[in-house]
Ligand binder design. Structure first.
Ligand code: GUN
Length: 396
């Protein structure tokens, strides 16, 4: 039986630790039949590698001069149902936006047929844009959230899926669950996903945020996450009005971070979105617990919520990702041997590329040009664990 699934030759760009980007020109990378990286070496060793791993020249896919591979992108915070109103409704601040735009839209996902159509678009669109891992918020509806998990798995996306929990909603009371229902349905959701035995899709415990959860719900969800050793996601300190509301609702806690911390919701598997107004004292708690922050600048600017001082977060050695940092860095994130090959093939001269390449540019300039000007038209193939998931076959 073959041991090698793919062999690629060309330029590979990745980073093995924060801050350092490595550009590996004229290299050769192979994956095994399970999509793990077997080697990434200088192409001068091609003959030796071919002999060792048993492949010949015909197996090698060679990249063009203006092409490179980079690791797949990880989106650590994405609300799948909100894709239906993307780019609109940003004239209100956070809490009003939730009341008038978000909750009424999310409520529509009680209909699984709606969920099937929209979640299908979300997963296809994010994959096409190079998101090989997504950490999704669904809605409070268990069946619709299972649909999202099914679709992510079917298209081959690596994903965490959260059935949203909220037992408090005075501003839009149609969209709420009782505390018991929220726990019962989260348990049903976790069990359903376990039974499906997906390769790369997992449940994540998802209290929406402290404003929409009672202390009992937060504490029960913390317990559930601990018992099942699950990831956790929520929002924290995104806007000043939100923080005021949390301090009003939880007078016995000294700050927002403590509301989650005392209820076992801050662990090394936690991703909290936004965090614009976290104090240094709270950042130290994040560091101590190993919890991560997901930076969402687009949302923060669109809703005029605030800004995250990224340098201060990094100074406190808190894990930080974009919209990202999911404690899966032992599996993906770069092209080290034994990691799974989640990758984007980038072509600066792809059909309909949004820019031209007029003369020879360095490999570093190639990466810059893609990062600053490129888009999905330059992503000519997307791989998750060695499987090519984009472009889809024409009949899909
Ligand atoms: N806080 C609670 N829910 C949400 C949401 O859906 N989006 C944002 N940006 N913040 C939230």
């Amino acid at each position: 039986m073959d041991t090698v699934q793919h062999v690629f030759k060309g330029t590979f760009v990745h980073s093995t630790k924060r801050g350092d980007m490595e550009v590996l020109e004229n290299h050769i990378l192979a994956t095994d039949m399970k999509g793990k990286i077997l080697f990434l070496e200088d192409a001068q060793s091609q003959a030796r590698l071919a002999q060792k791993w048993g492949f010949d020249d015909s197996k090698i896919e060679e990249l063009g001069k203006n092409e490179f591979f980079m690791p797949g992108m990880v989106d650590t915070h994405i609300h799948a149902p909100q894709y239906s109103f993307i780019g609109t409704g940003m004239e209100r601040p956070l809490l009003e936006w939730l009341q008038y735009t978000t909750f009424p839209t999310e409520n529509i996902y009680s209909d699984v047929e709606v969920a099937k159509t929209l979640y299908n678009s979300v997963v296809r669109r994010t994959l096409k844009n190079g998101t090989t891992t997504a950490c999704y918020f669904g809605t409070i509806h268990t069946d619709a959230s299972i649909v999202l998990a099914d679709i992510a798995s079917q298209y081959g996306q690596r994903a965490f899926i959260g059935k949203v929990c909220m037992d408090t909603n005075d501003v839009y009371p149609k969209y709420v669950e009782s505390t018991e229902e929220s726990i019962k349905e989260t348990t049903r959701f976790i069990e359903a996903l376990k039974k499906k035995k997906y390769d790369r899709v997992k449940p994540i415990v998802t209290p929406r945020f402290a404003v929409s959860c009672s202390e009992k719900l937060l504490s029960d969800l913390g317990q559930l996450a601990e018992e099942n050793q699950l990831h956790i996601q929520s929002h924290i300190s995104e806007s000043l009005a939100e923080i005021d509301e949390v301090l009003r609702l939880f007078p016995d806690y000294k700050n927002y971070t403590e509301v989650y911390g005392r209820n076992k919701l801050l662990t090394h598997k936690t991703v909290m979105a936004h965090g614009c107004y976290l104090s240094n004292e709270e950042l130290l708690v994040f560091k101590e617990k190993g919890a991560a922050l997901s930076h969402c600048p687009n949302s923060n600017i669109s809703l005029c919520s605030g800004h995250l001082d990224v340098r201060n977060v990094l100074k406190h050695k808190v894990k930080l990702g974009l919209g990202t940092a999911l404690s899966i860095d032992h599996i993906v994130g770069n092209f080290q041997v034994n990691k799974e090959f989640d990758a984007l093939r980038i072509n600066l001269e792809a059909l309909n590329s949004p820019f031209e390449v007029f003369s020879d540019i360095s490999k570093e300039e190639m990466v810059q040009r893609f990062l600053f000007l490129g888009d999905d038209r330059n992503i000519t193939a997307v791989y998750v664990a060695g499987r090519r998931v984009m472009p889809l076959p024409s009949n899909a």
